[in-house]
Design a protein around this ligand. Structure first.
Ligand code: ADP
Ligand code: MG
Ligand code: MG
Length: 907
């Protein structure tokens, strides 16, 4: 018994000691600080940087930070500030008092403080700052006397009652606002600054009444009580709904809590020799190395950003307060040299003396991120690797899409869902057929396809359009998914759009637009504008190009592109693509000049009939491949044989007009069309008669495609160019599917060689997009010379989700975290990713064992352009990723960051 008891006491003593040893409060002020800038986890970002600024000699009002661990303890001990922290807080207050030569709670010359929240990551939803804490009925008089400025004293007091009431005690800020507006009306005052000291005294009275009404208690007259209530409120806000929701959405886990910063007040509202401002050390929009910000004279705290008065541009401070401005410019330098990054700062000037109140890494656009990174290397602030690590790959989007000309002034008339970024302007067409017809007549016109929604039979028209606007559908609608795949600007679900096909008009929020008139969409914001708004095309030049060459020095992955046309191929090469990872031949079947022959082929009743129709398509296919080989000039080109089910080339089931048009087009009775449509109809096309199943049943289709590829390759090779076609057979699930098709392809190829009297180098491989293919990858690799993971289908097949049918449940899945991320955006590492790993390992091992060859492995799903997925591909040892042309630079940068290890992704 005794033994047990003594053991228990020992543990208690031990843990008490442990607790006592932990420091709860970190002071800062003057040129010293208990903490430093590296201690973000413990002190929060704001607290750590306040300490750091002190350490490097920047003027910061003294204060202290209560750690995030205290916040965690607060919750484990039933929402109580831990005992052990209290003497430390009181001690820290004394230090601030000594530093400032004023006493907290003194009635004649009070020390006032601000109470500021601050977690390791900046987080909306945390408690707003309370300023001027410590003022009471008695000390406000003292402050008025001491400063000889009663207006200032009462202004500070009324702000405290408002901020303390609304942020710590649950009053409505609007009710305080209501009172000040009422008073301003009564006094005929235009600006807050027009209110006199007596007016503000009156306002304080009214504010206190508002406070009492809500809190059922008088405004606390004990500064200590104010302080502790405020600290509690900061801790409580950590688990407020807004903060929880934000952490959920941003997937922030593992933080201990928020820190609390208590800091001596400095006053920007003391008169015309005072003021407050916010600034960036460089322009956060363009990245230009200029001081960028705003300030207000005679103002406090958030006045600058709250829109109460229009602030002045920071450059103007140079004429108003030249000394302060010069000092600020020096601090700007010091901070950048120290942090080696662009900073976002807050400052206050009290009676001509400058104080810094915050610094942190500044948020910036992609354009600015690139320019700043490159210029900082030139300024020798950072090295190339740091620059490469620092730019968030996704932010490059900003540089890669056509943008609205920044000089344009057009106002949006409606807003839909931003489905695929970039801006586009074009003439309205209301059907895909009309788009095709229009493009034929006026090949140089820009077309805007406006539809209720789109379907697979619209893709030809969609492809020709510069942008797509639909009145229904969400981010996963057909229009959205297809447009994103192509990097084409798209706005969906714009309910303000009413289409009248008969009248050939679209009414957009009351504006009637005729077919053929211009409209403009911004797929980045969802905005729709009437008329032609100029756009600017992206290019890869200057700093952007420089950063990319630095990225290329580090990356191990090769970057290829998904491209179906010479134009796309050229664009991708301009962006640095090192080959084509996926050339989809079905898009070549859609051109108006060939779709008739394709349909003829589908309707043919015999192999002979099909061959006849295919013979008409073959020259087109060959010409397309010649164009692509020429564009890729020696880089490898992976060409996928026809993949979609044949019914995608026919009108949909109950489309009578479409069927009639096709009947006329190819000269068969309309009943025959219906019959065939009926025959080909599938309950679940995603898992239907598609992929390698097509040439297995209709070998002549595969033969034609292989011949077109090889003959094109021979032709281009004859021009003296190097050509490396890689023939890719889609949707293989068993090795026999591949064996049969490969054998047949080789026979066709040998025939081509014999006919031409020459040979080209080629490879035959497969797309891995079925779970079964991953599992039997060793067998498949005995036949395949390369693997390309089609992660779109692999994700569909692994989850059993049809991507076109997820809209009913995916939003719930994501909201309730049933899935942590959308697996169609970022590879599901644990499931789909594991299958990929198995596929790579088994495939590589077997190819090596059987043929003593390295199996080339890549990925060609949309994931190839997703930075996190690229990192995953790097980790599992792939040779390349392939993505849409406009994501090539993003993939290059992500691949470099994958090779360099953790990147600074917190921007
Ligand atoms: P946020 O995280 O919302 O920026 P802050 O804690 O930085 O909140 O503060 C809000 C405003 O109050 C800022 O303009 C800041 O500069 C100002 N402020 C905070 N503490 C003080 C202080 N001790 N003296 C003067 N102004 C302060
Ligand atoms: Mg701030
Ligand atoms: Mg596929």
């Amino acid at each position: 018994m005794d033994v047990i008891l003594s053991r228990i006491t020992a543990t208690v003593i031990f843990s008490r000691e442990n607790m006592d040893m932990a420091k709860h409060v970190y002071s800062f002020g003057g040129k010293s600080a208990d903490g430093n800038g590296k201690m973000k986890e413990l002190l929060g970002g704001k607290g750590a940087n306040l300490a750091e600024m002190c350490l490097i000699g920047i003027p910061v009002p003294a204060g202290f930070t209560i750690t995030t661990e205290v916040c965690a303890d607060y919750y484990t001990s039933g929402k109580k500030i831990p005992e052990a922290a209290i003497p430390e807080i009181d001690e820290a207050v004394k230090k601030v008092e000594a530093n400032f030569g004023k006493k907290f709670g003194d009635n004649s010359d009070p020390l006032l403080v601000s109470v500021r929240s601050g977690a390791a990551l900046s987080m909306p939803g945390m408690m707003n700052t309370i300023l001027n804490l410590g003022l009471t009925d008695a000390s406000v008089e003292g402050l008025a006397k001491k400063t000889g400025n009663p207006r200032f004293a009462y202004d500070s007091f009324r702000r405290l009652i408002d901020m303390f009431g609304s942020t710590a005690m649950g009053c409505e800020h609007e009710e305080f606002e209501h009172e000040i507006h009422k008073l301003k009306d009564e006094k005929k005052a235009k600006l807050d600054t027009d209110l006199s000291a007596d007016d503000l005294k009156e306002l304080v009275k009214r504010y206190k009444a508002v406070y009492k009404k809500h809190v059922k208690e008088d405004f606390p007259q004990d500064p200590k009580k104010q302080l502790y209530l405020a600290i509690n409120a900061v801790f409580n806000s950590w688990n407020g709904n807004k903060a929880i929701e934000y952490r959920r959405i941003e997937r922030i886990t593992g933080l201990k809590g928020t820190a609390v910063n208590v800091q001596a007040m400095v006053f920007g509202n003391m008169g015309d020799n005072s003021g407050t401002g916010v600034a960036f050390t460089r322009d956060p929009n363009t990245g230009e190395n200029i001081f960028y910000g705003d300030y207000l004279i005679n103002a406090q705290g958030e006045d600058v950003v709250a829109g109460i008065r229009t602030p002045e541009p920071i450059a103007q401070l140079n004429s108003e307060m030249p000394k302060v401005y010069a000092q600020l410019m020096e601090i700007r330098q010091t901070l950048e040299k120290h942090y080696k990054d662009m900073q976002d700062i807050e400052f206050t000037v009290q009676d001509g003396v400058l104080y810094m109140l915050q610094t942190r890494g500044g948020k910036r656009t992609g354009t600015a991120a690139v320019r700043i990174a490159v210029e900082m290397v030139k300024e020798k602030l950072i090295d190339e690797t740091t620059a490469v690590k620092r730019v968030n790959p996704d932010s490059l989007n900003h540089l890669l899409l056509p943008q609205l000309d920044p000089k344009a002034t057009a106002k949006p008339v409606a807003q839909g869902i931003a489905a695929s970024p970039g801006a586009a302007t074009g003439k309205v067409v209301l059907t895909a057929e009309a788009a095709v017809a229009h493009a034929e007549k006026f090949p140089n016109d820009s077309i805007m396809l406006v539809r209720k929604e789109t379907s697979p039979e619209d893709v030809a028209g969609m492809h020709l359009a510069k942008g797509i606007l639909t009145s229904t559908g969400g981010k996963a609608s057909h229009a959205a998914v297809v447009a994103r795949g192509w990097g084409k600007p798209c706005v969906v679900g714009c309910e303000a759009v009413k289409i009248d096909e008969k009248a050939q008009t679209v009414t957009i929020a009351g504006n009637v637009v005729k077919a053929g008139d211009f409209i403009t969409i911004n797929g980045t914001t969802g905005d729709v504008m009437i008329g032609k708004v100029p756009t600017v095309a992206p290019t890869m030049t200057g700093d952007f190009a420089t950063l990319m060459t630095w990225a290329d020095k580090s990356r191990k992955l090769k970057i290829r592109t998904n491209a179906d046309s010479p134009a796309d191929a050229l664009k991708a090469r301009e962006f640095g693509a090192e080959g084509i990872g996926l050339c989809r031949t079905e898009h070549m079947f859609f051109g108006d000049d060939r779709i008739a022959a394709v349909r003829e082929m589908i309707l043919a009743e015999s192999a002979e009939g099909r061959k006849k129709a295919l013979a008409k398509i073959e020259p087109f296919q060959k010409a397309d491949f010649v164009g692509i080989f020429e564009a890729m000039d020696g880089y490898p080109v992976t060409i996928r044989l026809l993949d979609p089910p044949l019914h995608e080339f026919l009108p949909q089931k109950d489309n009578l007009a479409g069927a009639q048009a096709v009947a006329k087009q190819i000269g068969v009775p309309v009943e025959k069309i219906f019959e065939r449509v009926e025959e080909l109809h599938e309950m679940n096309p995603m898992m239907g008669f598609r992929g390698c199943r097509l040439p297995l049943v209709f070998p002549e289709i595969g033969d034609m495609q292989v011949r077109a590829i090889i003959e094109a390759a021979i032709e281009v090779q004859k021009q003296g160019k190097k050509v490396v076609p890689e023939i890719m057979i889609p949707l293989v699930g068993t090795v026999d599917e591949l064996t049969i098709l490969k054998k047949r392809a080789i026979a066709v190829i040998d025939e081509c060689f014999a006919k031409a009297g020459t040979k080209v180098e080629y490879q035959i491989g497969t797309m891995i997009e079925l779970p079964r293919a991953c599992i039997v990858a060793d067998k498949i690799a005995e036949e395949a010379e390369f693997f390309s993971f089609g992660t779109n289908d692999l994700t569909q097949m692994t989850f059993g989700f049809s991507r076109d049918d997820i809209k009913g449940f995916m939003p719930t899945y994501l909201r309730d975290k049933i899935l942590p991320i959308d697996p169609f955006q970022t590879i599901d590492f644990n499931g789909v990713g594991e299958l990929m790993k198995i596929g790579v390992e088994k495939g590589r091992a077997s190819r090596m064992a059987k043929h003593n060859q390295h199996l080339k492995v890549g990925i060609c799903g949309e994931h190839g352009g997703d930075p996190d997925s690229v990192v995953f591909c790097h980790k599992i040892g792939m040779d390349y990723v392939s993505c849409s042309p406009f994501r090539v630079p993003i993939a290059r940068l992500a691949a470099a960051q994958a090779a360099l290890g953790d990147a600074a992704r917190d921007k």
